[in-house]
Design a protein around this ligand. Structure first.
Ligand SMILES: NC(=O)c1ccc[n+]([C@@H]2O[C@H](COP(=O)([O-])OP(=O)(O)OC[C@H]3O[C@@H](n4cnc5c(N)ncnc54)[C@H](O)[C@@H]3O)[C@@H](O)[C@H]2O)c1
Length: 199
């Protein structure tokens, strides 16, 4: 494995553009390849970011021995097959949320991760917000006792209608719960600091 980890992005639509500044800021990784089923968008993305290794066939990126990490930014229905193929090809995977539309898909992704020994990470960026981390630390300190109920909500008031690409059910596998609900639905309803070895 190279010192600078090489990244291939699959699906170069809206969220991929958001990932790019993060990759560009990293001293540990660089994006060297991209794939999208829509060739013109792929060419434009490559020109914008100076990425020349482009293919409309994701397998070309997944099976490239020079690539260490696959960044999956496609609509939800394609996450599981692409992630499993990438893990089986020996790549680390970061995959947009939700990991997949069904628990069965996600279990298969986790099994592929376990078999590969590689990292599978979901891009749930809300988990890294200061408020999320502060609340988690508070819960883990035990100061709130055993959490048996939590309420959370999310309302999208801007950017409507969203681009149709990923909200069609054939691409998304679900509706608002699977789209924005995954940001706020956490396992806190079952969280027990005592069971987790806390206070
Ligand atoms: N973390 C967040 O807050 C956040 C925000 C927006 C979207 N997302 C997630 O990002 C993913 C993509 O959303 P988006 O807004 O970028 O959608 P988008 O429609 O803008 O882009 C998706 C891209 O994937 C391409 N594509 C579709 N199927 C493909 C395949 N099989 N192989 C390769 N490329 C394929 C499309 O041509 C398109 O360019 C979704 O899973 C969505 O839930 C996350």
């Amino acid at each position: 494995m190279s010192t600078i980890l090489k990244v291939g992005v699959i699906g170069v639509g809206g969220i991929a553009k958001t990932h790019m500044p993060g990759w560009a800021a990293s001293e540990l990784a660089e994006v060297v390849a991209g794939s999208d089923v829509f060739g013109p968008a792929l060419e434009a993305w490559g020109a914008t970011h100076g990425v020349t290794r482009l293919s409309t066939d994701a397998a070309d990126i997944i099976n490239d021995p020079d690539i260490d990490i696959i960044d999956i930014c496609t609509p939800n229905m394609y996450h599981a097959p692409l992630a499993i193929a990438a893990l089986e090809a020996g790549k680390h995977v970061i995959c947009e949320k939700p990991l997949a539309p069904t628990p069965a898909d996600i279990r298969q992704m986790i099994a592929a991760r376990d078999a590969s020994g590689k990292t599978l990470m979901t891009a749930q960026h809300f988990r890294f917000k200061g408020s999320s981390k502060a609340l988690k630390a508070e819960i883990e300190s035990g100061s709130l006792g055993d959490i048996y109920h939590a309420r959370s909500w999310m309302l999208r008031r801007g950017w409507i209608p969203a681009r149709p690409g990923f909200i069609y059910k054939k691409n998304s596998g679900g509706g608002p719960t699977i789209d924005i609900g995954v940001h706020i639905l956490v396992s806190v309803t079952k969280y027990s600091p005592r069971a987790a070895g806390g206070v």
